[in-house]
Design a protein around this ligand. Sequence first.
Ligand code: GUN
Ligand code: ZN
Length: 439
Amino acid sequence: MNPTNDTFIRAELISFARDPGDGDKPEPGSLEHYGDGLLWLKGQHIHAIGHFAELSPSLPKGADVLDYRDKLIMPGFIDTHVHYVQLDIMASYGRQLLDWLNDYTFPEECRFADHAHAETLSNAFLDEMLRAGTTTAQVFGSSHPGAMDAFFNACQKRHLRMLAGKVLMDRNAPDALLDGATGIADSERLIEDWHGNGRLGYSLTPRFAPTSTKKQMDAAGALLRNDPTLWLQTHLAENSGELDWVADLFPGSRDYLAVYEEAGLVGPRSTFAHGIHLDNGMRKRLADRGANIAFCPSSNLFLGSGLFDREAAKQTGMAFTFASDIGAGTDLSGFGTLKAAYQVGQLNGQPLTAWQGFYGLTMGNAKALSLDSHIGQLAPSLEADFVVIDPQATSLLARRINRCATLGERLFALMMLADDRAIYETWSGGQCQHRRDTV
Ligand code: GUN
Ligand code: ZN
């Protein structure tokens, strides 16, 4: 035990202060890298970070330093779009979005009327997130308010910074999932109880335009206008069948995005999952409002939804983030999401550098969610949420890493080959919340 109760960790440290750009090397000032670094924690926050040789003379006498010199520490991974209630239907065979929703997703979400089930799944989901190195996520629940109480409670017990919300859906789904007149009142009650409660935030969650009436979306928009500290999450332009359906349901709106604009749902704290089938006009409208698209590559490959166009996003100034979209996504791991993003990029002629990938998974996602004053970097005064990565976790990874000459090569090998076995520990709020079993 340290005399001051501070925590000191000696390890290789990697963090991004800002976007590293698209080049083979990160732009000057964007990457902070300490080959032999010291991370100094005070309570739930980072107190100092630097070269071990420079910081160690200021350590208190008798300080007990965790020696992780064979490990690499990065800020905790952030997942901007994931459904906790879909953990148990990951990898349900075949077909595209609308069939998948009807055949697997809606029946599964009906189970969350049972509070005990919601508690079990909340804990199972958080165990898996932490095993994957993810410390923050923006999470869809089911339409049952009790399933959100279960989830927020489970997050609070583990000191996690999380955004989540109860799904709003009042049409075009099984009756057991429709929230009719109570959906908005239930959301208001959840906001009252959980938004800004410790490290938790509320994200209003209309599922997508086909399952909410205009009246329900307008009411969600009114809540957002009344409290600009709320977040909003929904789905947009994922699949061509979905586009046709929206055009039929909203003949008066000029396009899919306009449906959300007209309800007042598009703002700087809004995340729209997918955004595959957009034109540049829609991308610019999203950029003007400061909203972000959650790019969910493993989900887009699994459901055959299409290839997200990162270059068009950049050219139009539209922010995008990286996300798993479990249960349509096939990988909870941030490494897995980046690997799929690289593969989508290859099919699009838009390869992804490891700098862009790991910046996105940490600081980029934090910034897009307006959480960068709390998390996303290893920097003094930020919250101590980080992952301890073991680059030698498997014999294959060790062989490959040992052949790498540069940091860029090592990060790229991790992005393509690593999985949860490479997450040695996951820390949140200054406490170790997950330690890997012995490999
Ligand atoms: N669109 C509406 N609901 C969903 C969902 O649960 N998953 C995905 N991938 N797309 C959706
Ligand atoms: Zn989704």
